[in-house]
Design a protein around this ligand. Structure first.
Ligand code: UGA
Length: 337
């Protein structure tokens, strides 16, 4: 039985990924800091659900605490590490930048050190569509220059990509970095738009709509996303012998077993259409508070998801209306409203 260490296992994506891996016969070792960036109870509930599975175990700890993480890694000897724990959130990085340095830079370095020492088969780590920053050419392809991050959050994730490339090169550590595009779905993050909008609409309180709603996102349904991650586990990059070995459209490094892969739905949705879908599911109209563009926010994201397709044969397929319906059903059930 193969063992996967999932950091951020009590987080939104880590929880869904752990569930899928357990269903597919992996042993999963979770690691999570249970930080109070958002309601910790939802994180505890996610871990409780995972703990019902006999092949799941977990440890609470901060990524910055190398000794704890290292001891767990040495004891469990994972074959694969999927590093999802992070300080996430675009706008919060203006309020509390240090949290991003601690978790995303120091924390990711600690994970890389464990992966190097264990010589894992594959290290997979989360990056973000935010690294495309001020780029305007759409859809965003992995080969685009990403030198214009608009927030420290995006900058730490871009730094993670560079750090990981160096380790992949130096230690021949097969590494895949995913760039996620606004992931949403049941058990989602309370700081994100879908959660905030659903709560506001059901409670009848105003929802803040940034840039007067002139926003576009490549909303990606969480079950599709974790399916993509699952398939990428088996697609570990191999250092090419010559640059000619790199297939057209592949982001594989010429000097390391390293690539970045967008995981997005491959389309852009108007924020106002997304809100209309939530209103339809809730059966109520939102009280809308139109606001200006927020500092550090980007007006649009849209993934070129063709590399994911060519590496795995898989393309995300859930429409935003379907995904929103599943989220609202979960929300009503979870909060009994
Ligand atoms: O995919 C990504 O790169 C990023 O996706 C999300 O960031 P964001 O796209 O801002 O996701 P939401 O907070 O769900 O916002 C979606 C859209 O709704 C807007 N929004 C959000 C919140 C709100 O109260 N009002 C509002 O209009 C945002 O400006 C954005 O256009 C996550 O928060 C990041 O952690 C992740 O890295």
């Amino acid at each position: 039985m193969r063992t996967v260490l999932v950091t951020g296992s009590a987080g939104f994506i880590g929880f869904h990924l752990s569930q899928l891996l357990l269903e597919e016969g992996f042993r999963v070792v979770g690691f999570d800091g249970m930080t109070d960036y958002y309601d910790v109870r939802i994180k505890q509930r996610r871990h409780q659900m995972l703990l019902q599975h006999p092949h799941f175990s977990c440890l609470e700890g901060m990524l910055e605490d190398f000794e704890t993480l290292h001891a767990l890694a040495l004891a469990e000897k994972p074959d694969v590490i999927v590093h999802l724990a992070a300080q996430a959130g675009v706008r919060y990085s203006l309020e509390n930048p240090r949290a991003y340095i601690d978790a995303n830079l120091i924390g990711t370095f600690n994970v890389m050190e464990c992966a190097r020492e264990l010589g894992v088969d594959h290290l997979l780590m989360a990056s973000t569509s935010s690294v495309y920053g001020a780029n305007t050419e759409m859809p965003f392809g992995e080969d685009q220059k990403c030198d214009t991050p608009l927030t420290l959050y995006a900058a730490t994730k871009k730094a993670n990509e560079a750090m990981a490339h160096s380790y992949a090169h130096l230690w021949n550590l097969p590494t895949t970095m995913f760039r996620f595009f606004t992931v949403y779905g049941p058990w989602g993050r309370p700081d994100m738009a879908l959660f905030k909008f659903t709560r506001g609409i059901l409670e009848g309180t105003p929802i803040d709509i940034y840039n007067d709603g002139e926003m576009y996102r490549d909303f990606t349904y969480v079950a599709d996303l974790v399916r993509g991650i699952r398939l990428l586990i088996d697609a570990a990059p191999v250092r090419p012998d010559t640059p000619e070995d790199i297939a057209e459209g592949d982001s594989l490094s010429p000097v390391a077993p390293f690539r970045v892969v967008n995981i997005g739905n491959g389309g852009k949705v108007r924020l106002m259409d997304f809100i209309t879908a939530i209103e339809a599911e809730c059966g109520r109209e939102a009280v809308k508070n139109f606001m200006p563009m927020q500092q550090g926010d980007v007006p649009a994201t849209w993934a070129d998801a063709s590399l994911l397709k060519s590496l795995t044969g898989y393309a995300p397929q859930t429409s935003f209306r379907e995904g929103v319906a599943r989220f609202v059903a979960w929300y009503r059930d979870y909060y009994r409203v």
